[in-house]
Ligand binder design. Structure first.
Ligand code: NAD
Length: 260
């Protein structure tokens, strides 16, 4: 809808991205939901969100592993709604293996989707935001952007890279009414994580609570998952006037993980 601001959230048919998209729709923003598939259920996610919140929500298919798709996603969003005011780089994948066994094609895919996509979308979004004299670029990094865990070489490298990109872009746009920041969540209970619990229960012969506390949340001092709503609320905060001078940094939402 003209007059309303527009937010693009990459990788937003599930988990954290979906919650962020819903939070913007609830505030009556124009919202672009994205994933790499083009199935009826992808479009349904956008249609249901639009109906629930009386917001304009468009599903735009774009594969964040492909440079051209990343760039056309932002251009199409501007064509659809007239402006791009918020860009949330959220799409991400994971693969767990020791470095010496890490499949090179998984390394390439993780670096492309979790890091390089944010470069491409940001490059196209900056001139559009400059035109408006206002913009917010928010990169969903991770506690793994600050500290490492074994067997996650590509993911940890990509997320550390995201923090470097965040700081660099923040310096470049600082006088244009635009900020660029990252959010570093700890373990978030997304459908992806929930689905792993039964397997972990079997593998460790533990009940659900013990798996969550001793296996999954071993590094999270609060011993509680972060919720997707908490990450979404932090994203909205970074778009508020109160956050206008927060630039080139990260907000950890990790229950104390990186304090250790
Ligand atoms: P998820 O798997 O639930 O959702 C990922 C989304 O990205 C999905 O909508 C998926 O379709 C989309 N996606 C995957 N590949 C894509 C591609 N090539 N192009 C476009 N979209 C693609 O994951 P999540 O747990 O919600 O994670 C979202 C982000 O948050 C990721 O960047 C992840 O690294 C980060 N994160 C997650 C956690 C956690 O514990 N879940 C913690 C810290 C950071």
């Amino acid at each position: 809808m003209p007059g309303r601001k527009t937010a693009i959230i990459t990788g937003s048919t599930s988990g954290i991205g979906l919650a962020i998209a819903k939070a913007f729709a609830a505030e009556r923003w124009n919202v672009v939901v994205n994933s790499f598939t083009d199935a009826p259920q992808d479009h349904a996610v956008a249609d249901i969100m639009a109906e629930e919140h009386a917001a304009e929500v468009a599903y735009i298919q774009a594969d964040m592993s492909k440079a051209a798709d990343c760039r056309t996603l932002v251009a199409k969003a501007a064509e659809t709604f007239g402006s791009v005011d918020v860009l949330v780089n959220n799409a991400g994948i994971q693969h767990v293996a020791p470095a010496e066994e890490f499949p090179p094609q998984m390394w390439d895919a993780i670096i492309a989707i979790n890091l390089t996509s944010a470069f491409h979308t940001t490059a196209v979004a900056i001139p559009l935001m400059k035109k408006e004299g206002w913009g917010r670029i928010i990169n969903i990094a991770s506690a793994h952007g600050l500290v490492a865990s074994p067997f996650k070489a590509a993911y940890v490298s990509a997320k550390h890279g995201v923090l470097g990109l965040t700081k660099t872009v923040a310096l470049e746009v600082a006088t244009s009414g635009i900020t660029c920041n990252a959010i570093c969540p700890g373990y978030v209970l997304t459908p992806l994580v929930e689905a792993q619990i039964p397997d972990q229960m079997k593998a460790h012969d533990m009940d659900r609570e013990t798996v969550i506390r001793d296996v999954m949340l071993r590094k999270q001092p609060t011993k509680q998952f972060i919720t997707v709503e908490q990450v979404a609320a932090t994203t909205l905060f970074l778009c508020s006037d109160a956050a206008a001078q927060i630039n080139g940094t990260h907000i950890s939402v990790d229950g104390g993980w990186t304090a250790e």
